[in-house]
Structures are given as structure tokens and as C-alpha cells.
Write a protein that binds this ligand. Structure first.
Ligand code: FAD
Ligand code: FES
Length: 326
């Protein structure tokens, strides 16, 4: 059964089948509702149901607070129409940024640092991400977080992990060269340093380190001396990158400390901490901290459960989930 969807305040209308979520139905009609993962993990497609019947599919806990649900808010990439609908939803501009690859270097065996120079300023906040068009593939975009604060330089820096069979990451690892062009959409995401003086607890897994590094550097740049502790998880020792950089920060900024952890019990060379979240749980009282989490959706969900059981308020937990593109 097909229904008519009307978006406010733009007044844009399109048809959606009851088996299509609102974001994909809009896309099929060349309407770009703001979204990130398209799989219920990031919260960037939040909208409000103004009228009509719908069914909300499952999404990551904490994306909608109980007060937001009560106010009719919904996760549109998991919302299915059951009647004609009027929705408040952000339609993003078709603005794109042409960029040139100016640096490609290995950070770890399966992680590349990508540096892009945009043709015009790219105004973003530390913690945000960019959607990149996969070169040579029509309508395929992937999301990557900027790894440095905006004031650092006129280049955008990303940490990108290779995924077996990955459309974008394989292109980047095996074909891309300096001088190649990459198109970016506008910066997105609400994952950002909060304006308060609470100590920071940062938890990063894998390339989840990228936006966390941007946020930590931003806090350091502001000259604040609140304590920052980073727990940084990898599967094996060889998967870590930037350990020297973190060591250097710890030497330079007395208030910054970090704990690297690995999860592979067979990596017997490793003398440090093991298992990311149990290490977090065993190493402090986090109720008074502002918490920043970044990594895969499984780690994020488990971390949220852990933090809630340690009485960290909802409002102090901020996360960016590196979910596969839905
Ligand atoms: C907001 C956001 C920010 C992100 N930032 C970064 C970043 O800074 N660095 C980074 O390396 N990645 C980041 N990601 C993940 C990234 O967008 C892509 O999902 C990832 O690089 C895979 O793209 P691909 O085209 O190489 O693989 P695809 O062709 O999309 O997928 C190949 C295979 O890998 C699986 N897969 C895809 N993504 C993942 C994943 N994240 N975890 C596990 N399996 C997966 C797919 O299901 C598929 O089977 C971010 C994701 C989001 C939503
Ligand atoms: S785009 Fe809907 S939750 Fe990420």
C-alpha cells in the first residue's frame, strides 16, 4: 500500500510504500532527508510526526529520550508509514564540496590517514563527520569523521579502516592516489564537545579514535585543565595507531591520561590492560563525567548499559556509532 508523505516546513511531498522507511522512500524521489548511517544507529535522521499513523522500527537506545518520544519524535530511517503522514524533517541542501587527496599514509596495517584539501572552506565542529561520495559509484556515500579540530589547518584529516569487500575502503586502499578527487556532502552530526567543565571520559574503539581525538584536541586548545581520560580499545596490539601521539599529549598536558586495551586473549606479547569496557568499569567512578563514546554499534550499546549502571545521567553520554551504511 502506498501513502503520501508531506515534509514540513519544506512542503516537499512524495509517495512511500508501507515497506519503505521514510529516508529511503524520500531518496527514491530525489529528496535528501538529513541522515547518516541509515540503520538506526546515529540519530541524524530525527524528525517529528505531526499527523498520521506509522510504525517505528528498532534503533539504538538513547537516540530518543523519553521526553522526545512523548513529543512525537521519531527515527525516520526506521519509520514505516501506515497512513498518509505529515512529518517535520530536515531536508539537506544539495551543497557539495570538491576536494583533492593531498595525503594518504598508513597509520596501522589496516588503517589509512586520508588528507583532503577542499576547494572552499568546510565549516565543521570537532566530532562531526562528512559523507563522501564513493568514486565511480552512483549514489553511494559513506560517512567518515574528521580527526582534527577545524582550526588546525586547511586540510581535512580522516582515519579510515579497511573492510573486507568494502566499496569505499577498498577503493581508498588499492586505487586512490594523491591528486584524486573526492566529493563531500555538508558536515553532519551532533557529537561535539559540550560547553561545561565536567571531567571527560572518552572511550574509543578502532577508528572511533578519529572524532575523539578531534574533541580532545579542541578541549586542549581551549586551555581548559579539566581531567581527560581516554580508554582506547583494539583487537590486537598491531591494530593500534597513534599510541606515540597519545603518549606525547600525556607528556605535554598533565591533565590528559590514557589506557590502551586489547580484546584478543591470544595476543600474549601485550603487557597492558585487556578488554575495553571491563577496564573502564574497574578504573573509576564516572557519575560526574561527561562521556564521549565512539566505535561500532555493539560497543556503544554495551558502553551505554555500563554507564547507566554506574549512574551516569543520559544527558552526559554522547556517542557516535560507526554503523555500516544501511
Ligand atoms: C557517523 C559515522 C561516522 C563514521 N566514521 C568513520 C571513520 O571515521 N572511520 C572509519 O573507518 N569508518 C567510519 N564509519 C564507517 C564507514 O562509514 C563505513 O561504514 C565503512 O568504512 C565501510 O564502508 P565500505 O564502503 O568500505 O564498506 P561497505 O561496502 O559499506 O561494506 C562492506 C562490508 O562490511 C560491512 N561493514 C560496513 N561497515 C561496517 C562497520 N562500520 N563495521 C563492521 N562491518 C561493516 C558491510 O555490512 C559489508 O558486509 C563511520 C560510520 C558512520 C555512520
Ligand atoms: S540515519 Fe537514522 S539513525 Fe542514523
Amino acid at each position: 500500500m502506498e501513502y503520501e508523505i508531506c515534509l514540513e516546513p519544506s512542503g516537499v511531498r512524495f509517495k512511500a510504500d508501507e515497506s519503505q522507511n521514510i529516508v529511503e522512500a524520500a531518496k527514491a524521489h530525489h529528496v535528501a532527508i538529513k541522515h547518516g548511517c541509515a540503520s538506526g544507529s546515529c540519530g541524524d535522521c530525527k524528525g517529528t510526526i505531526l499527523s498520521g499513523e506509522s510504525e517505528q522500527g528498532p534503533f539504538m537506545p538513547l537516540l530518543l529520550l523519553p521526553t522526545e518520544r512523548a513529543a512525537g519524535m521519531a527515527i525516520l530511517c526506521k519509520l514505516y508509514p501506515r497512513s498518509n503522514l505529515r512529518l517535520q524533517a530536515e531536508v539537506i541542501s544539495g551543497d557539495v564540496w570538491n576536494t583533492e587527496i593531498v595525503g594518504l599514509s598508513k597509520l596501522a596495517w589496516n588503517v589509512l590517514e586520508l588528507r583532503l584539501r577542499p576547494e572552499k572552506p568546510y565549516p565543521y565542529r570537532s566530532g562531526q563527520y562528512a559523507r563522501m561520495a564513493v568514486p565511480g559509484q552512483e549514489n553511494q556515500w559513506r560517512s567518515y569523521s574528521m580527526a582534527t579540530p577545524p582550526q588546525d589547518r586547511d586540510e581535512l584529516v580522516f582515519h579510515i579502516r579497511e573492510l573486507p569487500g568494502g566499496l569505499f575502503s577498498r577503493w581508498l586502499f588499492y586505487q586512490a592516489q594523491c591528486g584524486d578527487a573526492i566529493t563531500l556532502g555538508p558536515p553532519q552530526g551532533d557529537f561535539a564537545l559540550q560547553d561545561n567543565t565536567r571531567p571527560l571520559l572518552c572511550i574509543a574503539a578502532g577508528t572511533g579514535l578519529a572524532p575523539i581525538e578531534a574533541i580532545i584536541q579542541e578541549s586542549m586548545h581551549t586551555g581548559q585543565t579539566r581531567p581527560i581520560h581516554l580508554f582506547y580499545g583494539a583487537k590486537k596490539q598491531r591494530d593500534f595507531y597513534h599510541l606515540e601521539t597519545l603518549q606525547q599529549w600525556a607528556g605535554q598536558y598533565a591533565h590528559f591520561t590514557f589506557t590502551p586495551t586489547i580484546s584478543d586473549g591470544e595476543d600474549t606479547q601485550w603487557k597492558g590492560a585487556r578488554r575495553l569496557l571491563p577496564t573502564v568499569a574497574a578504573n573509576g567512578h564516572w557519575q560526574d563525567h561527561e562521556v564521549y563514546l565512539c566505535g561500532g554499534p555493539g560497543m556503544i550499546e554495551a558502553a551505554i548499559d555500563l554507564l547507566r549502571s554506574h549512574d551516569v545521567p543520559h544527558a552526559h553520554i554522547h556517542f557516535d556509532s560507526f554503523a555500516p551504511n544501511g
